[in-house]
Design a protein around this ligand. Structure first.
Ligand code: AGP
Length: 608
């Protein structure tokens, strides 16, 4: 998400920081800033928007500095703006800090700090760190970090400078990556970064910090401590990556990297909204009273629309009210029947999709209330909706959406359960069962991702397929729609998704030996029915791959079964989609396509 760079040494500090941040640009960001330490003060320079704006701003700045920290921000708390950009200062501007991650208890801490007289000028969770460092600092920065690690909860990679400690740079981490780069022998310099590309040009020797470790850097030395203050003996890791592979975290494509980020995405999207101790779902920005509405519409495009269909299915099942869904380009011209008692939910990764934006504008014109499920904070849809729930997937670079879809579906799960609870339609026992199942999804996705080689081998077998059908019933059909879209998008293969029971009303005519059928067989009430539809296509010579739950026997249909771990009925959709992503990815790569930038497609469709 955000990017961090820190430097202490004799090079031009400003240049090292800007150069390092530029190497993190591929991750996406909305604002950037640097702090430079001179003999008697710390100076901070920040800009909203792209790094080149910041570079222009500091072009003529020439401070005699030997230490600095820099940051590119991907907004999580507070809109993208110059004031919210990092680094942040304490009140006397003697401590500067940058942070990646989320401080979960920042509101609680902020209220305490306000009572103690601290004034907040940003909307960020990070500003609590600046004031906490100020509160606890008594001349020993390492101890201050140890102290604040005991009061903050959440995920953090922190890098800080103290005006009183002119020749030392500090960092600390938990659940958010951070590395220390060791300057080459006799170079008298050291580096900090959230990601290897930022410092690869200067060093290939790094210490990979583990959770609850504190790094103390001088020009000559790097010392690492635990949060009890004990010095640790850490091995150096030699980086063998090239710049290009480093940006992709060692993965061949952004899409593959983003697929592998999904366990983390799920954790981030649930974070603060559902935990083991929750007895309800909480949304930070969406204090909507669901009982105000007598109609709910879900609008979106492409993959985001498919996430919306999952939402429709779940809300209808759990709450027993009809949910209307429409792709945005249809909704906006349909003269939809909506009024001030309607809630229109718009789902969008980019938050800039022209049709979805037009749909919410139309909804607002007609006095409906709008709820955005949006990934890019500060985007048009985020700003224009009455309420928003952020999907917390971080920047998605590959055109084909993977982790953003997963985050959208998780938000649909949360929203459905939230509505059911608000309407008193979910008993405590059911809530607890769902809660446990949702909290397990992240590790279950890891299990499915581990089947990558197995799935690749299956794809190899069917690489000559000419038509690929994705079929299912109930919610499985909505999952199938996403599998089919992904394959079309990046493998350029003709593919259709069909309700399994509908095949015999026409499409079964297309079943022959060059047809591959991917069957999603998860809805427990409909397993036998979907199996018999698969037998019908098998009898016509089509090849079959089944995605189903562990323990179900599919041997009478095919040997090519991809099992997902058992979960509650409501949550199979997110797990079943992971193999679909892999199938599309391996078809595309084996066919030699440009996976990250498929032909004719754009990441953000800002035209009608
Ligand atoms: C997803 O793989 C596609 N690239 C596309 O369907 C996308 O989901 C759609 O254009 C909607 O984009 P949005 O989520 O940014 O609104």
């Amino acid at each position: 998400m955000c990017g961090i760079v820190g430097y202490i040494g004799n090079r031009d500090v400003k240049e090292v920081l800007l150069n390092g941040l530029s190497k993190l640009e591929y991750r996406g960001y909305d604002s950037a800033g640097i702090a430079l330490k001179t003999d008697d003060e710390i100076s901070i320079f920040k800009e909203n928007g792209r790094l080149d704006k910041l570079a222009k701003k500091v072009e003529k700045i020439n401070l005699p500095s030997q230490m600095g920290i820099g940051h590119t921000r991907w907004a999580t708390h507070g809109k993208p703006s110059e004031i919210n950009a990092h680094p942040h200062f304490n009140k006397n501007k003697t401590i500067a800090v940058v942070h990646n991650g989320i401080i979960e208890n920042y509101l609680e801490l902020k209220n305490e700090l306000i009572k103690e007289g601290y004034k907040f000028i940003t909307e960020t969770d990070t500003e609590v760190l600046a004031h906490l460092l100020d509160k606890y600092y008594e001349g020993d920065a390492k101890k201050t970090l140890m102290d604040i690690s005991k009061v903050i909860r959440g995920s953090y990679a922190i890098c800080a400078m103290f005006n009183d400690e002119a020749d030392t740079l500090y960092c600390m981490k938990k659940d958010s990556p951070l590395i220390i780069g060791k300057g080459e022998k006799d170079a008298k310099e050291n580096f900090i970064a959230s990601d290897i590309p930022a410092i690869l040009e200067y060093t290939k020797e790094v210490y990979i910090l583990e959770d609850n470790e504190i790094g103390v850097l001088t020009k000559k030395d790097v010392t690492i401590y635990d949060t009890l203050g004990n010095e640790k003996d850490k091995p150096i890791t030699k980086v063998t990556w090239t710049m290009e592979s480093a940006e992709k975290g060692g993965y061949e494509h952004y899409m593959l990297k983003e697929m592998h980020e999904q366990p983390h995405t799920v954790r981030d999207t649930l974070n603060g909204r559902l935990s083991n101790s929750s007895d309800n779902i909480t949304f930070e920005n969406a204090n909507l009273d669901i009982n105000e509405f007598n109609k709910i519409y879900i609008v979106a495009c492409g993959t985001a629309f498919h996430a919306g269909l999952i939402g429709k299915y779940l809300i209808e099942k759990l709450v027993r009210i009809p949910i209307f869904t429409d792709v945005s380009s249809e909704f906006r011209y349909r003269d939809p029947i909506i009024d001030d008692k309607t809630l229109v939910i718009a789902i969008s990764q980019s938050g800039e999709t022209a049709d979805t934006l037009a749909a919410i504008r139309l909804a607002k014109e007609r006095k409906a209330k709008t709820l955005g499920i949006v990934n890019v904070i500060g985007s048009s849809i985020d700003r224009e909706c009455d309420y928003t729930i952020h999907t917390c997937a971080g920047p998605e670079i590959a055109v084909a959406s993977t982790k953003a879809y997963t985050a959208q579906v998780i938000c649909m799960y949360l929203l459905s359960v939230y509505i059911a609870k608000e309407k008193n339609l979910m008993q405590e026992d059911d809530f607890n069962t769902f809660k446990c199942a949702m909290l397990k999804l992240s590790s279950q996705i890891e299990e499915v991702l581990a089947k990558e080689d197995y799935i690749k081998d299956i794809v190899k077998k069917y690489i000559k397929a000419k038509n690929v059908f994705y079929i299912g019933r109930g919610m499985d059909y909505y999952v199938a729609k996403e599998g089919s879209l992904k394959l079309k998008e990046i493998a350029y293969l003709h593919s259709e998704s069909y309700q399994a029971g509908e095949l015999k009303h026409g499409p079964i005519a297309l079943m022959e030996s060059a047809t591959l059928v991917v069957g999603i067989v998860l809805d427990e009430d409909l397993i036998e029915k979907t199996k018999s539809n698969l037998k019908e296509v098998k009898a016509r010579g089509a090849k079959i791959v089944v995605i189903t739950e562990e323990g179900l026997d599919m041997s009478d249909i095919t040997d090519d079964v991809i099992y997902i771990p058992k979960t509650e009925w409501a949550f199979t959709s997110v797990l079943a989609n992971i193999p679909q992503q892999m199938i599309a990815y391996y078809f595309a790569t084996l066919l030699g396509n440009d996976v990250d930038k498929p032909r004719n497609l754009a990441k953000s469709v800002t035209v009608e």
